[in-house]
Design a protein around this ligand. Sequence first.
Ligand SMILES: [Fe+2]
Length: 333
Amino acid sequence: MSQFKTSFITKNEMPLVLEPTRPLKREEFKELIQEENPFIRESIKKYGCVLFRDCPIDGTDEFNETVDFLKIGEKVNYIGGDSPRTKVKGAVYTSTEAPPGIKIPLHNELSFQKNFPKHICFYCDIPPQTGGETFVGDARKIYQDVDPHVRDRFEKGGLKYISRYYHKSRIMDLMNQIQKGHKNWIQVFETDSKMEVEKRCRDKNFDFRWLKNDWLEITQVGPTWITHPETNEKVWFNQIHLYDYNPKFIGTMRYLGVKMFYCRKDTLVHEACFANGKKIARQDLYHVMDVLDKNSAYFPWKRGDLMVCDNILAMHGRSSFTGPRRILAAMTA
Ligand SMILES: [Fe+2]
């Protein structure tokens, strides 16, 4: 029997909510999560993610410390990721700062990287006024729900992710001030040294090449699905649908804007294709997005909430929102 009260907040049984049975002081909570560590880790593996609610976790430092106490691996920096984020402290970042009007569909974090994070933890510092949920979905169920023909086409083709980042550009900086969406490679690699970028690309097994005006192109081929190393379950494991600019993802007006702004292909921030360069049929990507939508479980954030996702079993996304919103993220390997 756990000393936490357990419940579900969505009909998808994800996440499992863990609440203390009485108000706890911070030190008592730290003792509790140490005592309950086997139960917490088993719950993450069984349900894919857990949500600590009404626990004494106040602000960045306590979030950072709690992640360490959970013993779910060493925290890692967000190197090579394309999502606009701000480093807050150590390996704690803001969650995506993509424009509030865009809904980010479910995905596994950095699924195209060889050493993807094994867990991603989210902390609610400022809950959004409307929307802005970090919704989750069970990647085991999603694997089952995707049409096997689509799955075969993806698997045979191998999923190629292409990213292009600028170095220094006033126009791009200005665009990013208006609406964040295109990082420069200094932000992506957390260094201004080309030599260091090349080293980090080699360390992470990225294919890379330098383009005109010091732009950098990174190419990675990732899987369609994988097997969880501990539970042996097959899971949908990719984020190729986020690399295709299409009206379903970013809306018609933004789509037309992207088409005009990135009329030169060598500056287009993202491209998705098969490993041999062939196009992925848009109706296949739309089918996957529909399956992801159907499997998305929403719940409103409450200040102090901490959600821990097994990055293989649980996919996450972000709803569009209004008003201020500050959700922090930390990843572990
Ligand atoms: Fe993400």
